[in-house]
Design a protein around this ligand. Sequence first.
Ligand code: IPM
Ligand code: MG
Length: 372
Amino acid sequence: MAKYRIAWLPGDGVGIEVCEAAKIVLNKVQLDAEYIHGDIGWEFWCKKGDALPQSTIDLMKNVDASLFGAITSKPIKAAEEELIPELKGKGLVYRSPIVRMRQLFDLYVCLRPCKAYPGNPLNFKEGIDLVVFRENTEDLYVGVEFAPVPQELVDVLTKLSKPFANFKDTPNDQYAISCKINTVKGSERIIREAFEFAKKYGRKKVTIVHKANVVRATDGLFLEIGKAVAKDYPGIQWDDANIDAMTMWLLKNPFNYDVLVAPNLYGDVISDLCAQMVGGLGFGCSGNIGEKLAVFEPTHGSAPKYAGQYKVNPIATILAAKMMLDWLGEKEKAVKIENAVAEVIKEGKVRTYDMGGNSKTLEMAHVIAEKL
Ligand code: IPM
Ligand code: MG
């Protein structure tokens, strides 16, 4: 029996291609694993009304880790139109499977390392090495949304909230409400995770990202908890910044920052910015990590316009696989993969289209594998 059982979830479009590339690298590094395919993606939405079928959920509960490629998603109305006729009109609502996985398995850490590998022509500046800790289960992502707004809610808000008076006479179908919910537990565990990481890896600073000057209740809570947690780590510098200012400062001087921790939506935004500074879509990788389960993925989507062409950069997925090895405790193999990726980038002989070259997805994977 293999040492590890890995759920293999390529999904749609280029997700399939980049996972194939990652498998080449994992096989070369001889990870002792059984890879079990899980159905996920647009096809399952259209045919079964669920892009994340129950069989895949069950599989994910019984493995050591999952590697996920990418999924095509469409706005709610367009998604409904593509359902098979039997499923139309049943009120099925498309929800992003990755967001569901994060909530279903309580994968509360979204870890997004953003490192500028030397010689990458896409680096914004050489030497950037940021790590984003994004809260992964709460905030504006909880899915508590109302459109149209039910009258019961209008009545309660009218009673409880002064600023709501500005909306109370707006017809119910002329506005929408999305709730931002942040808990003490959820905020504390992600912030602690960021500080623990800084301590373990000798990082110089943790920056707490928020918008507490305006969004006082939820972001205020996040910041207050941040301040309290920071007290437990006297050896680690910390500061905080509003999300808007943060985007400017990050561009102005990325070297002033190190580990960033943010509620879900700001973490989503800031991790794209950081990923772009180290090469963009082809390099952004994530770990969605909980107490017992973890799902690793490239941050990019399924890129339907490139599907079938085997031209996208597989490095993001190869680095996601590397993160998976780290998490499984296979540090040596993880380091080897990262070094091989770094070497190929530095040599600059094999580059995918995003890097200004014309190498194909699997060619890149094979060249990385040859370095192992
Ligand atoms: C990400 C993505 C997802 C998110 C989308 C695909 C739902 O942008 O992983 O950052 O918003 O979390
Ligand atoms: Mg995102």
